[in-house]
Design a binder for this molecule. Structure first.
Ligand code: NAP
Length: 255
């Protein structure tokens, strides 16, 4: 039995059909009340014992801007009381490289610190585990561009580069890992190309027919400096997907 946390999310919606196609029996945890899903909350621990009952593998995809360490802690505690399943976790590339030492760092890049803390909770849980760090999903990059385009100019962090990845490719890797045994920390997973943030926005503007100026903005703090130094780019042994930002936009804008 597989338990998927975050099965209702952007990544989870790609993962669930792949698991089912592979013949897996799948249970989905959500805070919502959805027929055929289990209701629970990783932040409070509610419903987790029931969710983990009889589970051999957990794909832990649930995430939010806050409290991912706490979610991981509740999950591993409940898993330890159950069958001690294999935990497959999705984290973010660079989370161990972005120093978060001030309120400004925390406000802008605290997410990375929380993902790293959640990784540690899982790795030190005594449970079998596998962690895959992915770069920013194309779906997220779209959301960020769309939100920024509500402003008269699109602010883009100066000097910052990203290597976004297709969500479906992340899902395929995670399902492969979940169908295999515990593998510890896997090589980073990223898309095929590096883009300055401003270029990601310009390509989005062109593809969606919006007319806006992209404005490079500088931030301060050690975390921003680390990101400028390539902190969110994948390591040299990374696995690279095939789908570019342009490919994704072509498909999404033709729907
Ligand atoms: N987006 C990216 O670019 C990116 C890059 C690298 C890694 N990641 C990681 O990939 C994972 C999935 O990201 P995503 O973009 O698919 O996220 P998403 O679309 O925002 O979905 C978040 C999911 O988490 C669940 N969730 C949130 N808080 C929960 C709680 N307290 N208890 C139970 N479930 C909870 C939500 O379920 P309900 O609302 O149904 O309860 C939802 O299914 C996250 O861990 C994220 O950090 C994302």
């Amino acid at each position: 039995m597989f338990l998927v946390t975050g099965g209702t999310g952007t990544l989870g919606r790609h993962v669930i059909p792949l698991l089912r196609e592979a013949g897996a029996e799948v249970r989905i945890l959500t805070r919502q009340t959805i027929p055929g899903h289990l209701t629970g909350d990783l932040e409070t621990g509610l419903g987790l014992d029931e969710a983990l009952d009889g589970v051999d593998t957990v794909l832990h995809l649930a995430g939010s801007p806050k409290n991912d360490e706490q979610k991981a802690a509740h999950l591993v505690r409940a898993a330890g009381r159950a069958r001690k399943p294999h935990i497959v976790y999705v984290s973010v590339v660079g989370c161990e490289r972005i120093p978060v030492t001030s309120a400004i760092d925390r406000g802008m890049f605290g997410y990375f610190q929380r993902k790293r803390a959640a990784e540690v909770v899982i790795a030190e849980s005594g449970l079998p585990w596998t962690t895959l760090r992915a770069t920013q999903f194309h779906d997220l990059t779209w959301k960020v561009a769309e939100a920024a385009a509500k402003l008269p100019v699109l602010p883009a962090l100066a000097g910052v580069r990203f290597q976004p990845v297709e969500t479906a490719e992340v899902a395929r890797h995670l399902v492969e890992l979940a169908l295999g045994g515990p593998a510890g920390m896997r090589p980073d997973l990223a898309g095929p190309r590096v883009y300055p943030m401003a270029e990601l926005f310009r390509i989005w503007l062109h593809a969606t027919g919006h007319r806006r100026v992209v404005l490079p903005v500088r931030a301060v703090g050690g975390a921003y400096q680390a990101v400028r130094d390539g902190g969110v780019l994948p390591g040299p042994d990374a696995d690279l997907g095939a789908v570019t930002w342009e490919d994704y936009l072509k498909v999404r804008t033709s729907r």
